[in-house]
Design a protein around this ligand. Structure first.
Ligand code: PMP
Length: 704
């Protein structure tokens, strides 16, 4: 590999980390020996590899970690007879502690605390410091996969932070299967790739040689079968038991590992090939993005992983998230409780059809949702996206009106500036201008639009703001099946916050006109505005309420449409049924995750978190008000908006924001933030500061 490239050692400078993590199914399984032997095999294959221990415990206090210490001596002895790679020591230790114990304890005894993100940074800095001298690092963990780094994180978190393939080393003997299978399950759960599983015979058990041979062979067979069953093609390697580690032994081990060394060489090259540029190019060749051209291709960033309030790009850059993935990831990314619910339900039953069958995740979720919704809502219909939940709401309203003989009521009334989704029915009630109704003229049903609720949330209520709706209902009332709107916050139609008294007045007008009232809480639900549902700001109960987005904390697509008992009975009188039934209705995985998201909300930290976001965004965004080009600054709950006078250049701004290490995606005239609820306030301040900088520098016009 090295010899084949004329640019030699400098070619990897600035390249993404190229490494494999070596971990064990337990302590003392031969990890260090295997790492050393693989180092030899790689060096024999011409790969400039280095063995690195991010954390080493059991290093006597006050001493530098030198070749005299055990592990480095093992690494060095494995390659002692090979010619050295210029500028590259065989091994390196990044942090060492004296107590021979788990890293969390060894560090604590020296008054230190280990964090996976910091250790990952150590590794990346080390890789950079090698200045291209190394082509591949073998990162040897301490102990097994679940060895703690602190109360919250363990070795797996370091592996996940680095997103590396893992070489799992286990002892082969009695108990090997249990340890190996548990470790493989842990790796799979974290989405980490297995490079190989290597088994080294443990000390002979108290069985005869023949029985022992049978056990060892069966362990290998069983593990190969299990890996194949889970669709994993990683090899299971059998290594010899060696009495002494002399030159011949190292050679034997290295030969046994040479197919793996070969595979790693290709694997890491492929992994590099899939890095950002390649992925974006492939995307541009095949994939369509939201509201985007398939000809004038949109600028894209390739995301590799996520955690907390961070999105990690394939080039390793970590962005502070300001969008909660379009309102959905309210609890941040990879929340352990949401993932645990997902895994546990996946192990039991991912999905069954909902016609004629039911299950606990759906029933529990329906009951709990109704407890949180305004009183009077009694029945829940699960849908698979927000748009479909809106279609369901519109169909419910139509069937309800038909059920009571009001067959003329086939239209919907809605304020301008609304957004309800992209399917045809939902689109027909979106703002006709921003929803581009002209594109679909002739196809969309013609709905009745009234003035956007003009009275700001933060101003005294002006009853005249209801005049247009009143007039329209007086005029068209007999044709209207329902009025639909987003309560208090109009989202994608303009991020507009209006006075809750508008909803009270509108509710009364709907009752008078005999139309139903539908609240679309798909964006506003689950605490974002400072109330669990935005309807609470007005203290009114709609006839139908849609929710989605943050329902599953952004993990899976799920939405729900709830209605009152009166609506349900009206639809289903005289043996009628409601005519809708998606294949993935009440998907059990999504319902289970939604239940866990409700658990998080029920701990009631969200009120404090939203109040914190609101205060931080008021402070951070307010200074934008006086900048040229800014039309308005407004903040409500966990939503902060800087409205510009002119439409912004989304692509230029996205580029600027990513360069500044934040993920914010503006649209039309709006630069807005809705960070995950638990975002550290320092990150929220940073998001605001970057928005201010973008406006100040005029990055919204051309990019700078
Ligand atoms: N209603 C509102 C208020 C929304 O904000 C959205 C999504 N932006 C939808 C409906 C449509 O939801 P989905 O994208 O899940 O179809």
């Amino acid at each position: 590999m090295r010899g084949a490239d004329s640019t030699g050692g400098t070619r990897r400078r600035g390249c993404p980390l190229c490494a494999v993590f070596v971990s064990g199914t337990g302590t003392d399984v031969g990890k260090t020996v295997l790492t050393a032997a693989l180092l030899r095999a790689l060096r024999l294959a011409g790969v400039a590899a280095q063995a690195v221990k991010p954390v080493q415990t059991g290093v006597p206090a006050g001493e530098e970690y030198t070749a005299q210490q055990a592990d480095a001596r093992v690494y060095a002895s494995a390659v002692a007879d090979l010619s050295p790679v210029p500028g590259l020591a065989p091994a390196s230790v990044l942090r060492s502690f004296s107590l021979p114990a788990s890293p969390h304890l060894a560090a604590a005894c020296q008054g230190k605390r280990l964090e996976a993100a910091e250790l990952a940074q150590d590794v990346l800095k080390h890789w950079e410091s090698l200045n291209g001298a190394a082509e591949l690092l073998l990162l040897e963990g301490a102990g097994g996969l679940c060895v703690p780094l602190n109360e919250r994180e363990d070795m797996l978190d370091l592996m996940a932070a680095l997103d590396l393939p893992v070489l799992l080393v286990g002892g082969n003997g009695l108990g090997a299967l249990n340890h190996a299978l548990l470790s493989l399950a842990a790796l799979r759960d974290r989405g980490l790739g297995l490079a190989a599983l290597a088994l080294i015979p443990t000390q002979p058990a108290t069985v005869g040689a023949e029985d022992e041979a049978r056990i060892l062979a069966d362990n290998l067979r069983m593990l190969r079968a299990r890996l194949a069953r889970s669709g994993c093609d990683a090899p299971v390697l059998e290594l010899p038991r060696l009495a002494r580690l002399d030159g011949a032994a190292w050679q034997r081990l290295a030969e046994a590992l040479s197919p793996l060394a070969e595979k790693l060489t290709h694997w890491t090259e492929r992994a590099r090939g899939e890095m950002a540029a390649d992925l974006v190019a492939r995307d541009h060749g095949t994939v369509w993005h939201p509201y985007a051209s398939a000809v004038a291709l949109p600028p894209l960033c390739a995301a590799r992983s996520s955690h907390d309030n961070r999105i990690v790009l394939t080039d390793g850059r970590e962005l502070i998230d300001g969008m909660s993935s379009w309102w959905s990831a309210a609890h941040g990314y990879n929340h352990p409780r949401l993932l645990a619910a997902l895994r546990s339900q996946a192990g039991r039953m991912p999905h069954v059809m909902f016609g004629g069958l039911t299950h606990a995740p759906a029933v529990d979720l329906a009951e709990r949702l109704l407890q949180h919704m305004p009183p009077g809502l009694e029945r829940v219909f699960f849908a698979d996206s927000g748009s479909v939940a809106v279609e369901v709401a519109l169909k419910m309203a139509l069937q309800y009106q038909q059920g009571r003989g009001e067959t003329r009521r086939t239209r919907f009334l809605t304020p301008r500036g609304g957004y309800h989704g992209d399917t045809l029915g939902a689109m027909s009630v979106c703002d006709p201008v921003t929803g581009m109704h002209s594109l679909f003229a002739g196809l969309l049903p013609q709905q009745i639009f009234v003035e956007r609720p003009s009275c700001r949330f933060d101003m005294p209520f002006d009853p005249a703001s209801l005049d247009d709706a009143r007039r329209a209902l007086e005029h068209h009332g007999q044709e209207v099946a329902a009025v639909i709107l987003e309560p208090v916050v109009q989202g994608a139609g303009g991020m507009w916050f209006y006075h809750p008294d508008y909803l009270r007045g509108l509710t009364a007008l709907c009752r008078e006109a005999g139309t139903l009232l539908i609240f679309d809480e798909i964006a506003t639900g689950f605490g974002r505005t400072g109330k669990f549902f935005a309807a609470e700001w007005a203290g009114v109960t709609p006839d139908i309420l849609c929710c989605g987005k943050a329902l599953t904390g952004g993990v899976l697509t799920l939405a729900a449409t709830a209605c009152t008992g009166d609506v349900a009975r009206g639809i289903c009188g005289a043996g009628r049924v409601f005519m809708h039934g998606p294949t993935f209705m009440a998907n059990a995985l999504a319902c289970a995750v939604a239940g866990a998201a409700l658990d998080i909300l029920d701990e009631n930290r969200w009120q404090m978190q939203i109040a914190g976001l609101e205060a931080a965004m008021r402070k951070g965004l307010e200074p934008c008000r006086s900048l040229p080009g800014v039309a308005d600054v407004r903040v409500l709950g966990g939503i902060g908006v800087v409205e510009m006078e002119q439409p912004v250049n989304t692509a230029a701004l996205q580029r600027f924001f990513v360069e500044q290490g934040v993920w914010i995606r503006p649209f039309n005239r709006l630069i807005y933030l809705m960070p995950p609820y638990a975002s550290p306030l320092a990150d929220v301040s940073r998001l605001c500061a970057v928005v201010k900088e973008a406006v100040h520098r005029g990055a919204y016009r051309t990019g700078v």
